[in-house]
Design a protein around this ligand. Structure first.
Ligand SMILES: [Zn+2]
Ligand SMILES: [Zn+2]
Length: 98
């Protein structure tokens, strides 16, 4: 392992990333202020590094990239797959709940 730059690794397979796609902005609810349960913040996530193959899959909608917002992780991975902290990667993008 000579490459230590994690941002240059494909989010899905860990291989060398050849492309970076813009992540969606995501509003995350954070219970920072206990007096305001609706407190939320829009975070801008780093670019998603992908290898050529997965970049094609993601753009084509065949694969979905998820995000783990756990403080220990804050990484991308395959949607629904468990991340390093044990929580599954969550869906990116605006979450509209009806
Ligand atoms: Zn890949
Ligand atoms: Zn995690």
């Amino acid at each position: 392992m000579t490459s230590a730059a994690s941002e240059s690794a494909c989010a899905l397979c860990g291989g060398p990333a050849t492309e970076a796609i813009d992540p969606p902005r995501r509003t995350l609810a954070r219970g920072v202020d206990p007096g305001d349960p609706s407190y939320s913040v829009t975070v801008i996530l780093p670019d998603i590094g992908l290898c050529a193959e997965h970049s094609r899959d993601v753009r084509g909608g065949e694969r979905l990239v998820g995000w783990c917002d756990d403080q220990c992780c804050r990484t991308y991975g395959a949607l629904g797959e468990p991340s390093a902290c044990g929580l599954p990667y969550e869906k990116l993008g605006p979450t509209k709940r009806s």
